[in-house]
Design a protein around this ligand. Sequence first.
Ligand SMILES: NC(=O)c1ccc[n+]([C@@H]2O[C@H](COP(=O)([O-])OP(=O)(O)OC[C@H]3O[C@@H](n4cnc5c(N)ncnc54)[C@H](O)[C@@H]3O)[C@@H](O)[C@H]2O)c1
Ligand SMILES: O=P(O)(O)OC[C@H](O)CO
Length: 375
Amino acid sequence: MSDKVRVCIVGSGNWGSAIAKIVGVNAKRLDTFEDRVTMYVYEEMIDGKKLTEIINTTHENVKYLPGHKLPENIIAVPDVVDAAKDADILIFVVPHQFIRGLGTQLLGKIKPTAVGLSLIKGFDVAEGGGMELISHLITKHLKIPCSVLMGANLAGEVAEEKFCETTIGCRDMKIAKTLRDLFQSPNFRVVVVDDVDAVEICGALKNIVACGAGFVDGMGLGDNTKAAVIRLGLMEMIKFVDVFYPGSKLSTFFESCGVADLITTCYGAFFGSCAMSSNVLILFSQHTGGRNRKVSEAFVKTGKTIKQLEDEMLNGQKLQGPITAEEVNFMLKSKGMEDKFPLFTAIHRICTGQVKPQGFLDCLRNHPEHMQTFS
Ligand SMILES: NC(=O)c1ccc[n+]([C@@H]2O[C@H](COP(=O)([O-])OP(=O)(O)OC[C@H]3O[C@@H](n4cnc5c(N)ncnc54)[C@H](O)[C@@H]3O)[C@@H](O)[C@H]2O)c1
Ligand SMILES: O=P(O)(O)OC[C@H](O)CO
């Protein structure tokens, strides 16, 4: 790369907007980068005004990250090609179901020397029952190398500048420093590793496990049960990487993208507050944390479908866990391997109404992890 590095953020949802706060500040602060950072915004009308115009005048994404100012050098652009065509670094951060469509629009329209960085947690279903990593899909379609950034990073907390860590899985260590510098801040600490596929798979699979954690909360089971879900989920994540992407390192699962992301997504903060009314103490409590956990808890408590709850609870934000479970199941089924990943399989069946949430306990009880044999 020569001259100043130009950056484009492809996506402006909850995470895209939170990361724009950090990237915007760093691009302005560091001489290496061009100040102006473009952000592709999927255009929509909010109270009769275009979201891009609102962002460019008020510097707030009032729909997906209300209450937080974006740096003024973040420029919202409604056309993805206009936003991306001059960029040296393309940060992909859209819900994974939209990446194929955007890739098609960008084909042949970006700099051939550009590099990609995917913050997208999910998979793509390949023809014939296989699955493709989103970073591989970006490389295949756009002919650019693509690294990944995944971690225990609830967007709201990152936007509030609460301390956290993240993991960059970098394909080419020559650009590791540039990528690290673009994201690192006092409260967003970056560790770069070279085990790229495992980093990405951790980010995608933890969303399935988060649904399991939500079921446990919905059924009123305790923290011990949830810890079992997290542990069995982690074991299936490790096995998944071992079987389908052999050669990865166990240490990657101990980075922010692994165990730490599982914990933050499956727990989330529990906020309590109280008030006095007619001498009666009223307690209010609210679970925040990950959307997958939250919606899955409501799924058990209300009996509504995941789609209904996504529409009702998330104001346009998108769930990744249930569709990732479906994509993983599609592949496991086609390979006759559903029983090797019983937790992922049960979560998919519960999300799609094939099995009642109460059936999840049977899955935990009968998990192969408990079927030791002794000679
Ligand atoms: N939100 C988080 O806390 C968080 C943290 C880390 C990683 N992630 C991951 O980042 C990715 C993006 O998540 P997010 O939270 O920024 O998004 P989000 O859930 O807020 O999704 C909404 C976004 O999708 C856009 N959109 C809607 N329809 C579209 C279409 N047809 N084409 C293109 N875009 C469309 C909306 O305009 C909006 O920008 C996901 O893979 C997610 O798992 C999210
Ligand atoms: O809100 P979720 O469940 O999509 O999770 C958000 C992030 O992935 C947490 O790291």
